[in-house]
Design a protein around this ligand. Sequence first.
Ligand SMILES: CC(C)(COP(=O)(O)OP(=O)(O)OC[C@H]1O[C@@H](n2cnc3c(N)ncnc32)[C@H](O)[C@@H]1OP(=O)(O)O)[C@@H](O)C(=O)NCCC(=O)NCCS
Length: 203
Amino acid sequence: MAWSARFASAKDLARAPRTNNHGTIFRVKKEKVSVTIRIAEAGDARAIAEMSRDHIESGLGWRYDQPHILRAMLRRESVVLAASERPTYVAGARPAIAGFAIMDFGDERAHLVLLAVQPLQRRRGIGRRMVEWLMESTLVAGMASVHLELRADNEAARRFYRALGFAETVLMPRYYNGREAAMRMIRVLRAPGPLPLSWRPPC
Ligand SMILES: CC(C)(COP(=O)(O)OP(=O)(O)OC[C@H]1O[C@@H](n2cnc3c(N)ncnc32)[C@H](O)[C@@H]1OP(=O)(O)O)[C@@H](O)C(=O)NCCC(=O)NCCS
């Protein structure tokens, strides 16, 4: 059975344990600050789009602009996460976005579409925590594998994903705009195919 038949949507699923959207708060390693990871809101879309432009799509054209990010937030099959040093429910100005991630859920395959952390916030565990949140959702949703593509020359991100259990599968020349190569990576969660029944009603 497709995950979508078992859950209303990937977004509902990711939201399920955190219905107030206060998010998950964690202490940044070796520092006193805490970072909150939560479902992104419409007011975060511009900051997320600008991060994509500056830190992911630089030199390739700006595809994931604000309207594109807003559409992803509304799509039932997508989850957009935001990380910030303060949760949104604290009164006052909207907190600056420290990182974001977007994942699309298919029937069995999840696709990690975009992920970035602000340069001054890197190597504090924020990227890892966002991926862990998403991996938790993929497991509950019964996904068989998680896929992603990234610029082949992005050695830092390749190391990051390898550290998180992803394996490099195929190099795709001229993948971006017909000129730049991409590396495809995968993390296998289970054998593809129908899930075995783990519970049967008493008869
Ligand atoms: C890739 C990226 C998201 C990593 O985010 P981050 O918050 O800095 O990553 P973390 O601190 O959670 O790192 C987790 C582990 O990944 C590995 N890692 C992360 N960045 C690394 C780097 N620059 N070089 C080597 N290993 C790295 C390390 O093993 C690290 O653990 P450690 O710090 O305990 O050694 C961030 O560098 C980034 O935003 N890059 C630009 C955008 C991008 O390339 N996105 C991916 C393609 S869409």
